[in-house]
Design a protein around this ligand. Sequence first.
Ligand code: SF4
Ligand code: SF4
Length: 385
Amino acid sequence: MGIDIRLPELKTEQSRPKAGRVGKKAAAFKMQPVRRLVQFGFLFVILWIGVEFAIWVYQLQQGQTPTVTRPPGVEGFLPISALISLRYWILTGVLNHIHPASVVLLVIILATGVFLKKGFCGWVCPFGLLSDYLAKLHIRIFDRRFKLPKLLDYPLRSLKYLLLFFFVYAVFVQMNLFDLHAFIYSPYNRVADIKMLKFFTEMSSTTFWVLMTLVGLSLLIPHFWCRYLCPYGALLGALSWISPLKIHRNPDTCTDCKLCTRACPAHIPVHKEKVVLSDECNSCFQCIDACPVKDTLYLSVTRRKFKVPGLAYAGILVGLFVVGIGLARLTGYWHNRIPVEEYKYHVQHLRDPQYYHNRGAVPRYDAQRFHVPPVGKEMEPPSGK
Ligand code: SF4
Ligand code: SF4
């Protein structure tokens, strides 16, 4: 295991920019408090959704009609179902009403990848936030930041792309239109959100120890999950190549102090780049905040044009979610069309074999019992809803 960076160096005299070469001091305004505000804002919303959903499921299990509304945002935790629905939408033009919010959120997240690089990882994702704090704890414990040697780092980084390839291949190559339709309307997919909740509330000891191992690895090797295993991160990293926004460095004003490189949690040698071209850059602005020379590091489309200030970046990122979700609500593609009475039946039968699947292949189910529209047709809204 290689030792990369000693943080105390950040404050030494030698690391400061050379006098005389610095034309303008960096602006005092830093983006990290804003980034934390956005991250904690999203975390608060996610926790709120989690609690509301848990109450909703609990009341259903008691045979009651829930007094709270099922929060559609919970579908953000169903990325595989979203990917399957996205392909079905592309093939048929029908955005199904089993988990429409999952597709809406997937499309919004893909849009952030195209326009704002991996901003989702650095500004929105709760696992990114957890990783940030585990990395802080790591530095407190070890007084330095460990980094795996390149010989291990590169092959491990490809793991997340392999996982992504596995999912994309299974959904876009192995499943035909009828497989997609069967999965989307299956009992398994209808309760995928409830099963996901139970994954956490009725955690097996294996799951618990796997999660603890991942937390432990992220404590030993900062951002282990994000850097090596997260398929969502891989997807956004791949999209970030086509994103027009990049971190640019002006070599004319740069003093080569390397503060940017030392601040970068993704181990990118920012001080050597004119443009940061890396699938690991999550637009966290830590390099820009660390740079002591004004306008030397910035996020922009080209080296000189279309600079995007941090506040504008944060506004666009949050705005994409607000506008996307608002549009979905207005057009009726936010709430699903599974009636509460049907949910009451599902929660009583969750252990039946039809509520499972084998790598996307679902067992035969009684399509008459639940409303299953023909292939390529919309699901009717439940009566009385
Ligand atoms: S290059 Fe800058 S914005 Fe990108 S990850 Fe590193 S510190 Fe964050
Ligand atoms: S770009 Fe990096 S190396 Fe250059 S002045 Fe800024 S912090 Fe120092």
